[in-house]
Design a protein around this ligand. Structure first.
Ligand SMILES: [Zn+2]
Length: 332
């Protein structure tokens, strides 16, 4: 008989307890043991914090482990389950997808008990951890090759009540940007599974490519702000400083006009910064084709008045690759 996914300890034990979520072996590899921490202070919000869904986004696992250092002291009620790394083989390989089967964990939820490794991880998380939470913070990073401001993100949700609750939760991080992200309908996302069960699900997306002390400090401060908003931790929420400012704005993307693509191959030179407001025709970057004998680059101009929420950095881009992403103030 096949082994079932299981936890090696009782999540209901009061105080801090720890153990493993065991993902059973399959035909492609042996069993995995994911470290899990449960901080139980009785009645109150039930929160699940996960990191390391994508193996090349290392801020989340670091912040998750930092939380475990101070939460036992600071937490006043409820239960917080922390899984710093959902996908250990991907983190070890520092790759977005799982090396064993090439799958993206955030596209295979709810997973399959008899599937490949990535599907078995999703199955174990869906069965044993997700039901224990009413709110989920899945800690991601934007990834390499882009400048992106510290942000909490969500997607449009059909249920207006859950959309409102999710947006308020996302804004409670007080990151420089809260983004409602119109996503091309990707099946198998962890968010969608949780939201279909009526749960509040927020993804911080912060940093990318390199792990820096400043980004980590903002990340941790944002999560602490969200814990305060949930009533799990006492304290004063504070806006973290980013680009010399302490502020936040809530933006949304519109799929049709939110991406500027490279018209040629070349090195992209940004001429604006993230969170800059640009008007139609403003110069946002220059593309330098390396095979040209002219010193002139190709001007890349804003298609409409909008806010630059991500800009390509340090990248040789191909024709049709994105170089800038735009958003607009959220219309409520
Ligand atoms: Zn990610």
């Amino acid at each position: 008989m096949r082994e079932a996914p299981h936890l090696t300890f009782d999540l209901d034990k009061p105080g801090l307890s720890k153990g493993h979520l065991v993902v059973p072996k399959g035909t492609d590899c042996g069993a995995l043991s994911l470290p899990v921490f449960s901080l139980n202070k009785g009645e109150g919000p039930q929160l699940l914090i996960t990191g390391g869904c994508h193996g090349d986004e290392l801020e989340g696992p670091i912040v998750a482990r930092r939380l475990i250092e101070w939460l036992p002291e600071a937490q006043t009620c409820g239960r917080i389950i922390v899984v710093p790394v959902l996908n250990p083989p991907a983190v070890q390989a520092c790759s977005r997808n799982t090396p064993v089967d090439g799958l993206n964990l955030n596209r295979v939820f709810p997973g399959r008990a008899d599937g490949s490794l990535t599907e078995r991880i999703a199955d174990a998380v869906s069965r044993l951890l997700l039901p224990m939470a009413d709110t989920i913070f899945d800690l991601h990073s934007f990834g390499p090759g882009w400048d992106f401001p510290p942000a909490s993100t969500t997607h449009p949700i059909a249920d207006p009540n859950l959309m409102g609750k999710t947006l308020r939760m996302a804004e409670a991080f007080k990151f420089p940007m809260t983004l409602v992200w119109e996503h091309p309908g990707s099946p198998g996302m962890f968010d969608t599974l949780a939201q279909n069960q009526g749960k509040v699900f927020v993804c911080p997306e912060l940093g990318g490519g390199t792990v820096g002390a400043e980004a980590l400090a903002i990340y941790e401060a944002g999560v602490r702000n969200a814990l305060i908003a949930l009533g799990l931790v006492k304290g004063e929420a504070e806006y973290p400083t980013f680009l010399q400012a302490k502020s936040t704005q809530t933006l949304e993307t519109r799929r049709s006009t939110d991406e500027m693509k490279a018209p040629a191959r070349g090195i992209f030179e940004p001429r604006c910064s993230v969170l800059d407001e640009v008007r139609q025709g403003d110069l946002i970057g220059i593309l330098h084709p390396m095979d040209s004998l002219s010193a002139d680059g190709i001007d890349i101009r804003a298609p409409e008045t909008s806010i630059v929420y991500a800009i390509r950095s340090g990248a040789y881009v191909d024709v049709g690759e994105g170089v800038a992403l735009f958003a607009h103030p959220l219309i409520r």
